[in-house]
Design a protein around this ligand. Sequence first.
Ligand code: RTP
Ligand code: MG
Length: 139
Amino acid sequence: MPTNKTFTMIKPDAVADGHSGAIIKMIEEAGFRIVALKKTQLTAERAGQFYAVHAERPFYESLCTYMSSGPIIPIILEKENAVADFRTLIGATNPDNADEGTIRKLFAKSMQANAIHGSDSDENAQIEGSFFFGNVEQF
Ligand code: RTP
Ligand code: MG
């Protein structure tokens, strides 16, 4: 059953460059409600746990170093059809392939430093949201 929730993180490059406010504005204007939000920083080890599904990929170590390089803003969002609509809003992983007007087209610097994360399924949205937030925060 669809949960109508998704999980996102504004990644270190976008936070460091001062794009958090503009990105959150785009998210809210696209009809997403903020359920939970905070600023925090991952250790390389915790980044490794978050991206464990990519452990065998050649970019895994570099990704974990990058994702722990500075503060991030994890957010749980709610909207009808949240997972798919949010991935449309952020655009393709590689900003060179991202559609005009998407968050990655506007703010991503590279395939790795691509400004923002978006869950790829309802199940992963639940797992990823619970990685950062307790039950009492997820309302
Ligand atoms: P995300 O999980 O961050 O929303 O991104 P995604 O689904 O579009 O991409 P995914 O395949 O899940 O990859 C996770 C993140 O790893 C970095 N990446 N680097 N150098 C590379 O070839 C490469 N491929 C992926 C990106 O930061 C990507 O968002
Ligand atoms: Mg992904």
